[in-house]
Design a protein. Structure first.
Length: 271
């Protein structure tokens, strides 16, 4: 059996958490990631018949029974994952009762998964219905996105239009737009349910005064979604208070989308 620390999914997780910390997106123990895996992904690296311990989830994830997830731990720092993955990450399987996580590897210090695991699982369930290739849910606290939620209206249409207009690539990278939620208490099923509802229409959901959720088919796509929104937010925060001399018009955004052959939320441009 091969060493799990050499698994491709483990390297992806370690690289992503390290990059996110160094970018300043995940201070202290902020942020969390869950990576959906399948039997064929994990069986070369661990004995899937050996359960270390069962951890209650306080959530019914019946739709995900038998699915495996590599998840970050509660109270863990992203900066430490690449140096001690076995303590800061856990590989879990959703048990047959749908409400318990079976720990198969990791959380070596007796820890447990992120408190926002129910929110992640709710989003996974929604996104799998939209895209069978979906794999990753990523949550972080990018500085400019959080700052923007203090000074910009918190509705999907206006927030999306503003970010689309900051630079040419935005509408191409996330033509489905951005969902925005008002401030809510984190770590609750309520915010998870609200996020999952938004995930029916968007791969990106912003939590006001808190951070962002991204979903994608792999780590690169999900990281890239958040990275691009954060770049747009940074640009807007730099010029929002200045006189605007030039801007990308709604018609130009429409032409851009057509030239790339993509379908976008055209109702967000009022053409």
């Amino acid at each position: 059996m091969r060493k799990i620390l050499e698994a491709p999914f483990m390297k992806e997780m370690c690289d992503a958490t390290a990059n996110m910390y160094r970018l300043g997106w995940d201070e202290r123990n902020g942020g969390n990631i869950s990576y959906l895996l399948y039997e064929e992904d994990v069986s070369p690296f661990i004995d899937t018949t050996k359960v270390i311990r069962a951890i209650p989830m306080n959530f019914d994830a019946t739709e995900l029974i038998g699915k495996y997830f590599l998840v970050t731990g509660t109270g863990k720092y992203f900066k430490n994952v690449e140096y001690d993955a076995e303590e800061n990450l856990g590989l879990i399987r959703i048990a047959k009762d749908g409400t318990t996580a079976e720990l198969l590897w990791g959380f070596a210090d007796g820890g447990r998964f992120t408190s926002e695991l129910p929110a992640h699982l709710m989003s996974h369930m929604v996104r799998l219905k939209k895209d069978p290739k979906h794999r990753v849910v990523m949550h972080s606290h990018p500085t400019n996105i959080v700052a923007m939620t203090h000074v910009h209206p918190l509705d999907d249409k206006n927030f999306t239009r503003t970010i689309w207009g900051t630079c040419t690539e935005c509408i191409v990278v996330f033509p489905d737009g951005i969902g925005v939620l008002p401030w809510m208490v984190c770590g609750t099923n309520e915010i998870g349910e609200a996020t999952a509802k938004k995930m029916e229409d968007y791969r990106i959901v912003i939590w006001a005064q808190h951070g962002i959720y991204g979903a994608g088919k792999d780590m690169d796509e999900t990281f890239g979604l958040i990275e691009t929104v954060e770049k747009g937010a940074e640009l807007w925060m730099k010029y929002a208070a200045l006189p605007i001399v030039n801007r990308i018009s709604n018609r130009q955004l429409d032409n851009l989308a057509k030239s790339f052959g993509i379908t976008y939320r055209s109702d967000f441009l009022d053409l």
